[in-house]
Ligand binder design. Structure first.
Ligand code: SDX
Length: 427
């Protein structure tokens, strides 16, 4: 039985259907609003606007809930692997053993990158940001794999190809930026173990795979794997809605994630903590600056459009910091500073009144540092983790029979009609 809401516009009453989600979220279906009333809605930043119905990820911002295909992220972090979680997000179910083995074989078979792509890497300036390189190289994959018929088999191969190659491409940018020999993927290593080996193995110092580190990376990527209609996922859906290929849609998602208000925050958090550690700022000053409306500075890693409580991912990440640092017997002063900052902020009315708490980026950098990941690669790490979510969301839109090109409206506030003034008359 469909529910309706009534709207009275200029004295006339209109009814619009209510869409109710499986977790009780309610949305007003305004697809006929303009046609019936001549009005559009206005919602800069889309804080009140749903762009789609989705079965992939559920978030409850007030309760701090995050579930992938109904499974709490805490359970996946505890019991699953990133590879298995990627399969779950993309296919909607946890894989059987046979499916997981098949997936592993395909990921292995597609892990190499065309040798000609190395020439591209050689020609980026050494100081290029790896996010810019990654976005370019993912887009370039289309040139090497031009055929993508929208048929299940083709899409599955393309998806697996991208999931596997993104690790190789990310590690290549790091190795080549340091003038090091590129390390090839190995058939005997796991998804996460292969990435770490491609990053850190060298001819003179073979990288020793430590299962605790591999597990920490797997958990970190599980925590980043999807997050409903965030900025970069929306970019993937919007770009994909023009019927462009998957590589170009994902390349757009990488570009959107790069922003310091989004995935780029994890790099900014560490830079902020380093600034404090080096004496450039102190915790009290940083908190004051974050609260000062005249200062564009924001407390990086804090706040969230949806979570108005502690980000459930940040809770797990914070525990992981202690576990990984203890494992390596690392005393990272930045962790102490981060916890001091958190303590100050969560007891400050400015942050409490605005429901500003640590988000996924606040502690992730500490774990990445402990693994030896360079700071400028932090957002690349976020992108690799988010790739299964982007793919799942892209596939869901492709499979939607009502899939339409994304084309928002606007309210025009510019110059009303005026005549063309010839150059000689313009003074
Ligand atoms: C990610 O959407 C997702 O799901 C994203 C993500 C994912 O997994 O995809 O979770 C990943 O992007 C996490 C967010 C990483 N970004 C940062 O940590 C950057 C710092 N955070 C802020 O820039 C901000 O909190 C955002 C961008 C995350 C959210 O911005 P909103 O929802 O537009 O919030 P807002 O700007 O409307 O803030 C509301 C108030 C404002 O103050 P008032 O005007 O009410 O006085 O809170 C203030 C803001 O000034 N505020 C902050 C703050 N965040 C919000 N003040 C100081 N420091 C902050 N970090």
């Amino acid at each position: 039985m469909t529910e309706y809401v009534k709207m009275i516009i200029e004295g006339k009453e209109y009814e619009f259907p209510v869409v109710i989600g499986t977790e009780g979220e309610r949305g007003i279906d305004i697809t006929t609003l303009r046609q019936k009333t001549g009005y559009i809605t206005l919602d800069p930043g889309f804080g009140n606007t749903g762009s789609c119905e989705s079965k992939i990820t559920f978030m409850d911002g007030e309760k701090g809930i995050l579930r992938y295909r109904g499974i709490p992220v805490e359970d996946l972090a505890e019991h699953s692997t990133f590879k298995e979680t990627a399969f779950l997000l993309i296919n909607g179910v946890l894989p059987t053993r046979a499916q997981l083995n098949r997936f592993s074989v395909l990921l292995n078979d597609h892990s190499l990158v065309h040798e000609d792509m190395q020439i591209f890497y050689q020609n980026f300036p050494r100081a290029s940001h790896p996010m810019g390189i990654l976005s370019s190289m993912v887009n370039a994959l289309r040139s090497f794999y031009p055929v993508l018929q929208m048929i299940e088999e083709e899409i599955n191969i393309t998806v697996t190809r991208l999931l596997s190659k993104i690790r190789t491409m990310a590690a290549m940018s790091y190795k080549i930026s340091r003038g090091h020999k590129v390390v090839y993927p190995r058939p005997d290593l796991s998804y996460c173990g292969n990435f770490l080996n491609m990053m850190f193995d060298t001819p003179v110092r073979p990288y020793e795979i430590d299962e605790d580190v591999v597990n920490a990376l797997s958990v970190l990527w599980i925590l980043h794997a999807d997050h409903e209609q965030n900025c970069s996922t929306s970019a993937v859906r919007v770009v994909g809605s023009g019927r462009v290929n998957l590589y170009a849609s994902i390349s757009a998602g990488i570009a959107a994630l790069w922003g310091p208000l989004h995935g780029g925050a994890n790099q900014k958090v560490i830079e902020m903590l380093k600034m404090i550690h080096q004496g450039g700022e102190n915790v009290k000053k940083i908190i004051e600056r974050a609260k000062d409306k005249n200062d564009p500075f924001r407390l990086m890693g804090f706040g969230h459009r949806v979570y108005k409580t502690y980000d459930p991912r940040a809770k797990i990440m914070k525990k992981m910091c202690h576990r990984v640092l203890n494992k390596f017997k690392i005393e990272d002063p930045l962790l102490d500073i981060a916890m001091e900052l958190e303590e100050a902020a969560v007891n400050d009315d400015y942050f409490l009144e605005r429901n500003l708490y640590p988000n996924v980026d606040f502690y992730s950098g500490i774990v990445l540092r402990a693994m030896g990941i360079p700071t400028n690669m932090f957002t690349v790490m976020f992108a690799i983790g988010r790739l299964p979510g982007w793919i799942a969301q892209w596939k869901e839109s492709v499979d939607d029979p009502d899939w339409r090109i994304a084309r928002p409206r606007q309210i025009y506030q510019g110059q009303q009609v005026s005549r063309y003034i010839p150059l000689d008359e313009r003074g």
